[in-house]
Design a binder for this molecule. Structure first.
Ligand code: 3H9
Length: 705
């Protein structure tokens, strides 16, 4: 037997246990080990049935995702896949019972579906999440699943990749028995009941497949949903096609069709990008110098200063994670307004059916409004979320320094200001850190964790663990103006304005990025976030402006006119009462005036130029950020942009995207922009070096693996 799989006997039942921690992925050796065990069981006359179970925390979390990169890079040949194992399980004369706890995902569910029966503990989850990696099930999942759960549910599971909980899976017929007590005991008992009785192989159960006519509406609406909710993605459509093949073709032909679609997806850039993101989201938690055993402070109570948009959203984030939170404002009016917004947000979620009124009441009860610092001395973390001004922030930190207990983490939600300067207002800079949430804080997954020069290791470890508790992806970044996300966003939004000044339509600029896959274009984002925010920040940093360097002109003018974006009903666009944008003549006139004042003759600007200038402004600044050590690794930047700025995950993030274009090509374009537009486009030395050496950002960051 392989070391990854164990074999034992339990009174007439063979027990095959997979031992491939942490999640029992089907790494090389595992399928072979299961096959060996099955062979042994079938050769042993004393064995009447077989239980297949996972050791540790899950059944099988799927194929080993690391293997895919080896196949697509040519390092490894694609073997026969899992099919020989699956046919052997399904054709076994003695019934095989899959005993599921933790997860049966991807290849794990495909293995389970080849067994005669599936039993599971109530807390387990089953699913075909491949689409989230830009692929589709590749071991007949799209063929067996509809035979068990019906076409509509199979399409939904393969198209969106969301897992099912066991009670729902049992109701659909995917799980044959829910085991309340000990899983192995229950599975062995089930096996003894099943032994010697006839069973029908899943691939021969065609009863739930229905006719093409009866299924037409299911596939039409799935494709419509893909168009709307999975814009630009290849895998969901391939998954729909593969399930459709199950309904039209005999099993073996359906498997072949699935195989063809699977290969197309596996070799796509989208899949490489999404796999990069999967490992990247886990890699960002591994910080050199802060090993996983670093002690973290327990966070049981939080306190927040500022009940505005950010403070309120952060309070909800804590409450959603079950952590009680004090929410302080300076005036009764502002506090009432903040609490009102929280209440309305929760009520909207209840109305949409996201959670029950009871859950809303529980969460709301965790947020205690406050007008003074009473109770702050008990907080394990205090988060400052006041207006973006250094003087105010320092005043707040001096105040909390005198109240907070010694082991209390002091976090600032600043999006641009220096953590070191903020920390200097306290007697304990080692406890001070940036927790930069993204608006709406209760929704956006990113938490930029900003380390000051004195921030303690324990405070970093606490923040990383807290991010996970709050359901966020925490990315550790260094201290500079704007940190990673906003520092890169500066050049990006600057170019968006320059493009408009030079002749591009506002809509054309936004559309170029939307078509690329961004959630919104850069100017529409400005209107959503509030044009006053950047305006206020620019005023704060005016003393740092370099004379003679071109500055964007339009946004300050718009903000100066009180056009702060959606919240004032006008910004780059005019907004109706439903916040639907339309072109605004006043803005067109302003643009014409600004062009005239600046002596700019408008020209036609292609979509390609818009896209390149916007994306490469991100990449060039990202390269500088890496060189300065503000981001530890290229993938950190990618994770920041995907989770905080609506960058499409299937492009892998700005740095990965640049790799896929080719850094020599990116650099050549940046040099063109440099020649045409001057110093702001000076190529980053790191980019120049990598392009010269024929390397990628990913290779540069592979030390992180
Ligand atoms: C597939 O099955 C295709 C098939 O159709 C067959 C085709 C032929 N492989 O997330 P965690 C690592 S595609 C390799 O932190 P959690 C992960 O990187 C696959 N490694 O834990 C991490 O490593 P590290 C379909 C994997 O408890 C460690 O395990 N399946 C895999 O928060 C712990 O992971 C999926 O897409 C894997 N399959 O969540 C499932 N899975 O410690 C993907 C995990 O070095 N996995 N690792 O950072 C998950 O969704 C979550 O990991 C899971 C556990 C929910 C299982």
């Amino acid at each position: 037997m392989s070391e990854l799989v164990q074999y034992a006997l339990a009174g007439g039942v063979a027990v095959i246990t997979i031992q491939n921690p942490p999640v029992n992925a089907l790494s090389p050796g595992v399928p072979e080990g299961i096959l060996d065990g099955l062979g042994k069981a079938n050769a042993d006359d004393t064995v009447r049935a077989v239980v297949l179970i996972g050791g540790g925390r899950s059944f099988i979390a799927g194929a080993d995702i690391k293997e895919f990169g080896k196949i697509t890079s040519g390092e490894k040949k694609r073997g026969v896949g899992l099919h020989p194992l699956l046919y052997a399980l399904e054709d076994s004369p003695k019934p095989v019972i899959a005993a599921i706890h933790g997860q049966a995902f991807g290849g794990g569910l495909e293995v389970a579906m080849s067994c005669a029966y599936r039993v599971a503990v109530p807390t387990a989850q089953v699913g075909q999440p491949e689409v989230k990696l830009g692929i589709i099930p590749g071991a007949a999942g799209t063929q067996r699943l509809p035979r068990l759960v019906g076409v509509a549910k199979a399409v939904e599971m393969c198209q969106f990749g969301n897992p099912l909980k066991v009670p729902a899976a049992a109701a659909l017929g995917l799980i044959d028995r829910v085991i309340e007590g000990d899983l192995l005991e229950g599975a062995v008992a089930f096996a003894r009941e099943a032994a010697g009785k006839p069973f029908v192989k899943v691939r021969e159960r065609n009863g739930k497949l229905r006719t093409p006519d009866a299924n037409a509406a299911i596939f039409a609406s799935a494709r419509e949903a893909a168009r709307k909710r999975q814009r630009g993605l290849l895998a969901p459509l391939a998954a729909i096609n593969a399930v459709e093949a199950a309904t039209r073709l005999p099993f073996e032909d359906g498997v072949k069709e699935e195989q063809r679609l699977f290969e197309d997806c596996l070799f796509s850039t989208q899949s490489k990008a999404l796999i990069h993101v999967f490992f990247g989201e886990r890699a960002v938690a591994k910080i050199p110098g802060v090993p996983s055993e670093t002690p973290a402070y327990p966070i049981r109570r939080a306190a927040i200063i500022g009940a505005g948009t950010m403070g309120g959203g952060i309070a909800m984030t804590y409450a959603n994670a079950g952590i009680p939170v004090l929410l302080k404002e300076a005036t009764r009016q502002a506090l009432d307004r903040g609490m009102d917004v929280i209440r309305k947000n929760y009520a909207a979620s209840v109305a949409k059916g996201r959670f029950s009124q009871e859950v809303m009441d529980q969460r709301l009860a965790l947020v205690t409004p406050a007008l003074n610092y009473e109770g702050f001395e008990e907080a394990d973390i205090i988060v400052e979320a006041v207006f973006e001004g250094m003087a105010l922030k320092k005043q707040v930190f001096a105040e909390i320094d005198s109240i907070a207990k010694p082991e209390c983490v002091l976090a600032s939600n600043t999006s641009t200001l220096s953590i070191d300067e903020i920390a200097s207002a306290t007697t304990r800079p080692h406890m001070v850190i940036g927790h930069h949430f993204f608006s709406p804080a209760n929704v956006m997954r990113l938490l930029e964790i900003v380390r000051g020069k004195a921030t303690g290791k324990e405070v970093i470890a606490t923040s990383m663990a807290l991010a996970r508790t709050l359901g966020k992806v925490g990315v550790l970044v260094g201290n500079c103006r704007g940190f990673v996300g906003n520092r890169m966003f500066g050049p990006y939004r600057r170019e968006a304005q320059f493009l408009v000044e030079e002749g591009a339509d506002i809509e054309a600029v936004d559309r170029a990025m939307y078509d690329f896959g961004m959630a919104m274009g850069p100017l529409a984002v400005g209107d959503l976030a509030g044009l006053d925010v950047g305006w206020r920040i620019r005023k704060e940093f005016r003393h740092l402006e370099i004379p003679g360097v071109r500055k964007p002109l339009l946004e300050d003018r718009l903000a100066g006119m009180g056009r702060f974006g959606q919240k004032t009903g006008s910004g780059w666009y005019h907004y109706d009462e439903n916040r639907r944008p339309s072109k605004d003549l006043i803005v067109e006139e302003l643009i014409a005036r600004v062009r005239e004042e600046a002596g700019i003759t408008p020209r036609h600007i292609s979509q390609e130029e818009i896209t390149d200038r916007l994306l490469y402004s991100l990449v060039n600044e990202g390269a500088r950020i890496l060189e300065e050590g503000i981001a530890l690794w290229p993938v950190d930047i990618d994770i920041v942009y995907i989770n905080g700025y609506g960058f499409p995950a299937h492009r892998g993030g700005p740095m990965f995207h640049a790799d896929t274009v080719g850094l020599d090509k990116v650099l050549a374009r940046i040099r063109e922009f440099h020649d045409r537009h001057g110093a702001l486009w000076t190529p980053a030395p790191l980019l120049e070096r990598l392009a010269r050496e024929g390397k990628t950002f990913t290779q540069e960051g592979s030390k992180h693996a």
